[in-house]
Design a protein around this ligand. Structure first.
Ligand code: OFO
Length: 169
């Protein structure tokens, strides 16, 4: 495989693990505020991020490429409100989308169509993740910071259940 493509996929593994770490940090903060439903939502999200990292690990290994794990940087750990957490989540997903798009462009330039095909799943996933993060912000803005509305949104987020990804490699 093209060296630029493999190194950017290796970097993406780190970004996906960092995403999991960031979402676990969101979950901790939410737990501290008594927002156990929000915490559940982000714990499930963290599991998905780990899956994303491992999908890339599997892809590189299936192509006989070396996988190198780098240190995962420390995520932020405090926010002013649940709305701020949701906004930080959306901003992070946009950053990840840009990163996936860059790898896609690098693979296209290298005529590495196997990798662009592999990344199609991630392009779709990022679209879904940005949509759901944006929707949660809209809901949180609709209900305001306190009271019954926040409690109800917390209940809604408590029902999210982890399901492993289904992907063809
Ligand atoms: Fe890996 O999808 Fe979010 O970041």
């Amino acid at each position: 495989m093209d060296k630029k493509v493999t190194s950017s996929l290796n970097e993406q593994i780190n970004k996906e693990f960092f995403s999991a770490y960031l979402y676990l940090s969101f979950a901790n903060w939410c737990e501290d505020q008594g927002l156990d439903g929000f915490a559940n939502w982000y714990q499930v999200q963290a599991q998905e991020e780990r899956d994303h990292a491992m999908m890339i690990v599997g892809y590189l290994q299936n192509n006989d490429e070396h996988v190198e794990y780098e240190a995962i940087k420390k995520p932020a750990s405090s926010w002013d409100s649940a709305l701020d957490v949701l906004k930080a989540g959306l901003a992070h997903e946009k950053y990840i989308t840009a990163s996936i798009n860059n790898i896609y462009a690098t693979a296209l330039e290298a005529k590495d169509f196997r990798t662009t095909q592999f990344l199609d799943w991630f392009i779709k996933e990022q679209n879904e993740e940005e949509t759901s993060a944006g929707m949660l912000i809209k809901k949180a803005e609709m209900i305001g910071k306190e009271g019954n509305g926040l409690y109800m949104l917390n209940q809604e987020l408590a029902s999210r259940v982890y399901t492993p990804p289904t992907v063809a490699e």
